[in-house]
Design a binder for this molecule. Structure first.
Ligand SMILES: *Cc1c(COP(=O)(O)O)cnc(C)c1O
Length: 467
């Protein structure tokens, strides 16, 4: 179970190879690139045999990435904790909607959105890595809702880790706010910033670059570029193929993934590189379509983000696109670095034709507008009796456009509709029934501090946080 000697390398090529624990605790590579495994491990076909349990599949899919970088049994303990927090025995059940169309439900965890799957594992594995090294870690993250909730649920009361979450004051839903603020944990600090999400991100950047805060130990972020989070999303692709097999379907599926930062989708690409039978991927984006424009027209260009109902996908420069480009370039780090440096400096870059061809062989992309998303919420209820969230509706709409003559199509369902009742209720005429994890939020006391969108205010709040 030792990992390849290449360890983790950076997409920008200017970082010494490191192991899983270091890639996990650092998040981003020091040269500004993203960590990638030095080589893809191989999954044997018995990994997705019908009837296998989630944990067994996750051990097969993830242990090659960890090698001996964590204490023995760390992954198994992390998976025990993960599966205990999910309600169905399958963890991520596959639901058949109609002939050759399925939905993979990823929202049965503690905060009712798919980010729980990776975040729960990342928290448990980080805690194991820190226990082994004797270090402490402060994590800071900006959130528009789902990431912060999943992070708080995962990291609350975790040894050796403090978590600081900045959300825009009065601009997240009441459910999302209460998921973050009602957790009784001294190691979590919630800051409500009088400003918008971009202000939160700016303050996080400032905190991450402040050397005086590092006296406590490591200081890092908990966003979707972390390799450990990607690795934690590979098992449900394996599980989907296993569940298809259990339904008597052996043809390779097309996965349709509702996409923001391309983290969820890239985990699927990784699973395919490891040998999982997949016919292709469709990245379904909302009107924030930089990824679709890059793949379909060859120009990767920034545009101002617009607000949509699938708010967790309101992303204009998808961070994990860099991993896809790195693979498409046949791991040419110099070419990858040049492309993203041009993009950062000029706001746009033309995709080299060879990269584009390699990307298109793996992933196609579809942008779904707001009226179509609403229509799809209605169709899912009328045709299949399913109440779905707007992110899932974007995926289902794209999935219905995929040619099913060659095999089954699986749309990923990323959040429980009750988290997005304000967008779902006007279409269906009723509020989605909340799951137990949302009902249980009840009227527990909330803990958060309101601050101005100002670097000094953020610094003062963090300094005052004992945690
Ligand atoms: C984060 C999120 C997405 C997008 O996932 P990426 O990995 O950023 O592509 C989709 N749906 C929901 C509900 C999310 O929270």
């Amino acid at each position: 179970m030792t990992f390849s000697p290449d360890g983790y390398i950076s997409t920008r090529g200017d970082t010494a190879p490191t192991d899983f624990a270091e890639a996990l605790l650092r998040g981003m590579a020091p040269d500004g690139g993203l960590y990638m495994p030095g080589a893809w491990p191989t999954l044997e076909p018995q990994a997705w045999a019908p009837g296998r349990g989630y944990s067994a599949m996750a051990v097969d899919a993830m242990s090659p990435f960890i090698g001996d970088a964590l204490p023995a049994g760390a992954l198994k303990r992390a998976l025990d904790r993960l599966t205990a927090g999910f309600i169905p025995p399958e963890v991520t059940p596959l639901r058949r909607l109609e002939d050759d169309l399925y939905m993979l439900e990823l929202f049965h965890g503690p905060t009712a959105a798919f980010k729980d799957l990776a975040m729960q594992l990342a928290a448990a594995l980080a805690s194991e890595a820190l226990a082994a090294s004797g270090e402490n870690l402060t994590l800071v993250t900006a959130t528009s809702g789902d990431t912060g909730a999943a992070a708080v649920a995962a990291f609350a009361n975790t040894d050796r880790i403090r978590l600081i979450v900045l959300h825009p004051h009065e601009r997240v839903s009441a459910v999302q706010r209460r998921q973050m603020t009602t957790v009784d944990a001294d190691n979590v600090l919630n800051l409500a910033v009088r400003g918008d999400f971009d202000d939160c991100q700016r303050l996080v950047k400032g905190l991450l670059s402040d050397e005086t805060l590092r006296a406590h130990g490591r200081f890092s972020s908990v966003n979707s570029i972390n390799w450990a989070r990607l690795a934690g999303q590979i098992p449900y692709y394996v599980s989907a193929v296993s569940q298809l097999a259990a339904m008597g379907e052996s043809r390779a599926p097309v996965f349709v993934v509702p996409t923001g930062n391309f983290g969820d989708a890239f985990a699927g690409v990784a699973a395919r590189k490891m040998g999982l039978p997949v016919a292709g991927f469709v990245a379904a984006v909302n009107r924030n379509d930089a990824l679709a424009r890059a793949i379909n027209h060859g120009l990767y260009a920034r545009k101002a983000a617009v607000e949509t109902a699938s708010v967790s996908m309101d992303v204009q420069a998808p961070s994990n696109f860099e991993r896809l480009v790195f693979e498409a370039s046949r791991r040419d780090a110099a070419a990858t670095a040049a492309l993203f440096q041009t993009f950062a400096a000029e706001g746009s870059v033309t995709m080299p034709p060879a990269f584009l061809a390699a990307i298109r062989a793996e992933v196609s992309a579809v942008s779904v507008d707001e009226p179509t998303t609403r229509d799809q919420i209605g169709h899912a209820h009328a045709a299949w009796g399913q109440v779905v969230c707007p992110h899932t509706a974007v995926a289902l709409s794209a999935a219905r456009g995929v040619d099913r003559s060659l095999g089954p199509v699986i749309a990923l369902s990323t959040a429980h509709p009750a988290k997005f009742g304000k967008d779902v209720a006007p279409v269906l005429g009723f509020d989605p029934d909340p799951p137990k994890v949302i009902r249980d939020l009840g009227d527990r006391a909330e803990r958060f501090e309101v601050i101005d969108a100002d670097a000094d205010a953020a610094l003062a709040a963090v300094r005052g946080f004992g945690g």
